[in-house]
Every structure is written in structure tokens, then in C-alpha cells.
Design a protein around this ligand. Structure first.
Ligand code: GAL
Length: 416
């Protein structure tokens, strides 16, 4: 935990906690969209609001997965200075709603018919106690692999369909002297890969028992050991400078042909697009081998903080802009995610986006859609952080797989 304390102290020092509340007519938005692709997507939202005469006060807190942003948010709220709107994931939204901190968006939701168009899986996190408490922006999923097409072609590798084929592809790249896997070294990134390792090792029922039901038998099983063994294989095939690396720098390694694969959520696609790369030509997207039928999702939402009474005009405008079908298309095309409404056409989306939309709909109707543990949609933050600690300790060689399984059982049972 020592690393956490140092990191949090650093974040707080670097961030002004006394930034004033939003000026009248403005929204102050706390978010962690700071990479090139993320910033490009965020611009779509800023411009949309500016065209309505609403100013944007930016409150970026770098750090993929949003852990640092949530730390800053807690400090702002404690100081009595909550931002107007906050990017937030899954259980964190419900936790803030339980504290009574979020504004009631029912009026705008009813006017615009959100109930009928937002998928059930998202409503589970966007509503609390009969009230809409956040505006869903997108649906991302974590079980993707991104590949440099030229690197794969040069090494005679076709898209691996199974874990064994993936192992063979990785070994081929290693033998050719190419870094097989681009990986960033932060707990949330390792946990993102672990979502897919667990799904591929055990299948959907296992993922659900272990990560949603937090069943001790599943958490302590041989199948979980196999998931950790898959992580160990991945660890053995990343470059030696991975420690501390940001996710988008790992994506850049695949973009530049320094590495073959990155296992990452579809926000990685935003980086490829931002670099002018084309899916199918320059890069490939495919599901983590063995999870082709499943989707482990996370959805970014903007929760509106209660500013003392009614939802403000600016908050209502922001929520309405986010849910509009044209914004849902324009934003998600750039971000790499797919719309948070079921009635948006896939016309403007590239091949990966079209596949993402199809996969999501198919997974939702076949019972194969599950919340991502790494991104706060499987269990509350206490459990998520416990999983982070074990996964990162194992990835960094502190535990072998058998010990990691034991530690996972203990850590989850204490946290839940
Ligand atoms: C996720 C978030 C994505 C993307 C990613 C990396 O938690 O849902 O929108 O921002 O972190 O920053």
C-alpha cells in the first residue's frame, strides 16, 4: 500500500483542490481523459456545449481507469466544493448516490425517454432509488486485443482464435526479436488484462461466480490459478521497461511497430485513430482469444453533483447533450467505445466499432455481458482495489500463481 500513499500524495499536491466552483453559465467537469485519443473525443463534447453557449471549465486528473480522479473528487467534496459533473464508473456512481451527493435527473430523463433507449446493464448503474443519477456516455469493453498488422504479416501470424494460438503467435514474435506484448505497468492496466485472462481461462459462468458473486470456491480454484498462469506468460513477454508506463504509450508501441499486441479496452482504438491509422489496414482489433462470445464492459457516465437544490440549467444541458443520438455517434466514433443507447445507427463507425456494437448486442441477448472488475462494474471499489493489489503483486513477481490465488481469496473476503 505504500506505493498508493505516495501516489495519492503526489496527485493531491499536483492538483488544486481549491479551484472555484463553476461560474454561472459554465460547467466544471472532472475527468481523466488526457491521452491524445481521449482529448479528441472530449473535444466533441466541449464543442457541442459551447455551441449552446455553455462554457467548459476543465478539471483533468490524469490516470487511466480513474483511480486518481476519484481521489481528487473525494477531496473536493470533503472541502465542500464538488465539481458540476464528474466522469465516473459503475459502483462508484452508486456509492456517491447512496451518500446523497448526486442530483436527480429524472425530469430530463423522462422528457427525453432515456428509460426506453439506455440498455438495462447501464441503467443498473445510472439509476438509484428510482432516480436517474448520471448520464451514460458510452460502452467500452475490456476484452480486446490490438495488433500491428504489418508486424503480424511480416511474421506470418494470423489472428489467434484460442489461447494456444495466441501463445504460439507470441512465441513467434519473441523468436523474431520483436517485443510480443506492449504493456503498461500500472495496477489498473494489469487488472484490465486479468478480466480477459479470467474469462478465457474459465468462461462466463466462472467469471460471474468469481467476479460478480465473489464466490470463494471460484476465487480459490485451479481455474483461477490458470488465469494467473496466463498473466505470468504475458509478463514473460513484455519488454523490460514496462514498469510505470502509461497505457497510451503502450498503445504507441503497437502503432509504431515496436510491439505486436496490446491487450486493452477499446479506448486504445482512439489512439490508433488519433495517429491516423486505419483498422484492417494498419491495425487489427479482435477479442481476447477464447472470449469471442463475451463482453466485459465498462461505461463512462457523467454524474451530476448536487449543487444545493435543483439540477442546474447547465447540468440539464450537459446531460441532454450527452444522451442525444447525434452526440452518441460523433463522440464514440472518436473515442473507440460504442453508444450508450440502443437506437444509434452503426453507419458512421469503422469496422472495429461496428463489431463492438454487434458483439455488445449479441452478448446482452445471450447472457454473455458482464461488468468489468478492473473498471468498477463487477464489484465496489473496495473489492476492485483488493483485486488490483493481488494482480499487480503477482505480475511484478512477488507471488507465484498458487500464492496469488490464496491471496486473492483472503483479500476479497476482507474487502467485501
Ligand atoms: C477507463 C475509461 C475509459 C478510458 C480508460 C483509460 O476507465 O472508462 O474511458 O478513459 O479508462 O483512461
Amino acid at each position: 500500500m505504500a506505493y498508493m500513499k505516495t501516489r495519492i500524495a503526489g496527485i493531491l499536491a499536483a492538483t488544486s483542490l481549491v479551484a472555484g466552483a463553476a461560474n454561472a453559465g459554465d460547467v466544471e467537469v472532472l475527468h481523466w481523459w488526457t491521452s491524445g485519443g481521449e482529448a479528441a473525443a472530449l473535444n466533441v463534447l466541449k464543442q457541442d456545449l459551447e455551441s449552446q453557449g455553455i462554457g467548459w471549465q476543465d478539471m483533468p486528473v490524469a490516470g487511466g481507469g480513474g483511480e486518481q480522479a476519484m481521489t481528487v473528487l473525494r477531496a473536493r467534496v470533503t472541502a465542500g466544493n464538488a465539481p458540476t459533473a464528474v466522469q465516473m464508473l459503475g459502483f462508484d456512481i452508486l456509492d456517491w448516490a447512496k451518500e446523497g451527493a448526486l442530483a436527480d435527473l429524472n425530469e430530463i430523463a423522462a422528457q427525453e425517454g432515456w428509460d426506453a433507449v439506455v440498455p438495462e446493464a447501464l441503467q443498473a448503474f445510472a439509476r438509484h432509488d428510482g432516480k436517474w443519477i448520471s448520464a451514460p456516455v458510452n460502452v467500452h469493453s475490456t476484452n480486446w486485443v490490438w495488433a500491428n498488422k504489418a508486424v503480424l504479416d511480416a511474421n506470418g501470424i494470423s489472428v489467434p482464435q484460442t489461447w494456444d494460438e495466441f501463445v504460439a503467435a507470441v512465441e513467434k514474435l519473441a523468436a523474431a526479436g520483436v517485443t510480443p506484448i506492449a504493456q503498461g505497468g500500472q495496477a489498473w492496466q494489469e487488472a484490465t488484462v486479468f478480466d480477459a485472462a479470467v474469462m478465457s481461462a474459465g468462461g462466463p459462468e466462472f467469471y460471474k461466480s468469481a467476479f460478480i458473486d465473489l464466490d470463494e470456491g471460484a476465487l480459490g480454484s485451479d481455474t483461477m490459478k490458470e488465469a494467473f498462469d496466463r498473466m505470468a506468460f504475458i509478463r514473460a513477454n513484455v519488454d523490460e521497461n514496462f514498469s510505470g508506463r502509461d497505457w497510451n504509450l503502450a498503445t504507441a508501441m503497437v502503432i509504431n511497430g515496436e510491439a505486436g499486441f496490446q491487450m486493452m479496452g477499446d479506448w486504445a482504438k482512439g489512439e490508433f485513430l488519433n495517429a491516423g491509422k486505419v483498422p484492417g489496414t494498419d491495425f487489427l482489433c479482435f477479442r481476447f482469444p477464447g472470449t469471442q462470445e463475451q463482453v466485459t464492459f465498462n461505461a463512462d457516465q457523467f454524474a451530476m453533483f448536487d449543487q444545493g437544490g435543483m439540477v442546474s440549467k447547465e447540468q440539464a444541458a450537459l446531460a441532454s447533450a450527452i444522451l442525444s443520438p447525434s452526440f452518441q455517434s460523433a463522440f464514440n466514433v472518436v473515442k473507440g467505445s460504442v453508444p450508450a443507447r440502443t437506437d444509434v445507427s452503426d453507419e458512421a463507425f469503422d469496422a472495429c466499432g461496428k463489431q463492438g456494437m454487434k458483439d455488445l448486442a449479441a452478448a446482452a441477448s445471450s447472457g454473455n455481458l458482464f461488468g468489468s472488475m478492473a473498471h468498477g462494474h463487477a464489484a465496489p471499489a473496495s473489492v476492485k482495489n483488493a483485486v488490483y493489489d493481488v494482480v499487480t503483486a503477482h505480475f511484478n513477481g512477488e507471488y507465484d500463481s498458487a500464492t496469488a490465488v490464496e491471496e486473492l481469496v483472503d483479500a476479497v473476503s476482507i474487502a467485501k
